[in-house]
Design a binder for this molecule. Structure first.
Ligand SMILES: C[S@@+](CC[C@H](N)C(=O)[O-])C[C@H]1O[C@@H](n2cnc3c(N)ncnc32)[C@H](O)[C@@H]1O
Length: 398
């Protein structure tokens, strides 16, 4: 099941020049209340069969434009001039050149233009994934909404040796960026691989701070180029607040699986007795530990390991509450089996793929009651949706 309405070009307010060609958001220009209604209907149809005590309406995003904190733009050629672009709807290999993006940040061109002009002047060309010629692959940007800081990562098909040989070119870029005073942190990412991915872990800080700062519900988060953060900062604060509230974690022990760089763990640690975060990305876990120390939170720790392996190794699981925020895929059978047989009293399952979560729920509800479903409109103007599913061993009375 997918959230089905496909918005026709005629039914929308023309507020994005790249609709409908751009595959970034396919509902842009459609009345926002209508978008929420579609998402509400979807959730009610999907989760209605579970006899839920409380099905909340979709929580609207506090901001519906310029809400995203991160975008990976492809560097492309637009009539002989370098441009940034996004993939065309329905055709991964075709790029729509863009100058602005209604869901990312205003004044985007002020940031991209100096970098693209410099690259053209220095003779760099776009990377061709068939011939593997050219150097310019992606421009990945982060915009911290609560501090206004900007991080830019230019992903190039260069290795460190090529980079060192061309140091003077990058020194000129540093001067340009410093003079314009628009970017707080600037990295080059070396990516000579054949796979079409944007960021690798080969990062070189060319200019400015190594981290961006974002402040959510009083907790300070430092973010590196690879750090995971929920993409809509405004909804992320709401999501974290809701998770803390429904988890009932006061003075309890909490396990936060798939914890990223500690986004949820650090918020829970303000109230819980202790929190353990588990993630398989070393860079996320390193940053999570640094962020915990920076916020002077001593009741939270982190382990870098596979969540499935961790669950198998740790039986019996001695935590009161489990918070679970996996990537898009369904949970493994073994993992669900451990959850159904362990002593955890409460599970807060956070998912950006309600459809897969529905299949996991079918099994989890053999041992837990689904108390509440809270959909949050993290991905405004798209058909995607974030949900918080609250599961409890005990049925709610009434
Ligand atoms: C949706 S993000 C969750 C982020 C975090 N809860 C937050 O709010 O910032 C999913 C996370 O799962 C991690 N991950 C993916 N597969 C994993 C696995 N098999 N074991 C542990 N962590 C995994 C990724 O590194 C990523 O940080």
């Amino acid at each position: 099941m997918v959230i089905s309405p496909t918005v026709s070009e005629d039914s929308v307010e023309k507020n994005c020049p790249y609709f409908p060609a751009c595959g970034g958001c396919d509902w842009i220009g459609q009345d926002y209340q209508q978008q929420l209604t579609w998402k509400n209907n979807y959730c009610q149809n999907l989760f209605g069969c579970f006899n839920i005590k409380k099905q909340d309406g979709v929580i609207a995003s506090p901001e519906i434009y310029y809400y995203r904190n991160k975008m990976d733009f492809v560097i492309t050629d637009n009539k002989g001039k370098l441009a940034i672009g996004l993939r065309t709807k329905g055709n991964f290999n075709k790029i729509v050149p863009i100058e602005e993006c209604k869901i990312f940040m205003p004044n985007l061109k002020e940031i991209t233009e100096p970098i693209l002009s410099w690259a053209g002047e220095e003779g760099f060309t776009t990377y061709n994934s068939r011939t593997h010629r050219g150097q310019l692959r992606y421009l990945c940007l982060r915009h911290a909404k609560t501090t206004g800081e900007v991080m830019a990562v230019l992903v190039m098909a260069l290795d460190e040796k090529d980079f060192k040989q061309q140091q003077n070119k990058f020194q000129r870029l540093t001067r340009i960026i410093r003079d314009k005073n628009i970017i707080d942190s600037f990295y080059i990412c070396f990516n000579t691989g054949k796979a079409d991915i944007s960021l690798t872990d080969k990062l070189y800080l060319v200019f400015g701070k190594p981290y961006l700062k974002e402040i959510l519900n009083g907790i300070v988060y430092y973010l590196s180029p690879n750090t995971f953060l929920q993409s809509n900062t405004f909804c992320c604060s709401l999501l974290y607040e809701l998770i803390c509230r429904v988890s009932q974690c006061d003075n309890r022990s909490v396990l936060d699986l798939f914890c990223g760089s500690g986004g949820i763990s650090l918020q829970l640690a303000l109230k819980a007795k202790e929190v353990l975060g588990v993630d398989n990305s070393p860079s996320n876990v390193t940053l999570a530990k640094e962020n915990a120390a920076f916020n002077k939170l001593t009741n939270v720790s982190f382990i870098c390991t596979d969540a499935n392996e961790f669950m198998k190794r740790s039986e019996p699981i001695n935590y009161d509450i489990l918070v679970l925020d996996p990537p898009r895929m369904q949970l493994s059978k073994d993992f669900v089996n451990i959850l159904t047989n362990c002593k955890i009293q409460r599970i807060i399952y956070v998912s950006c793929n309600p459809y897969n979560a529905y299949y996991d729920l079918k099994q989890l509800t053999t041992s837990y009651y689904l108390e509440q479903v809270i959909p949050v409109d993290m991905f405004v103007h798209t058909r995607h949706l974030e949900v918080i599913l609250v599961l409890s061993r005990q049925a709610l009375s009434g």
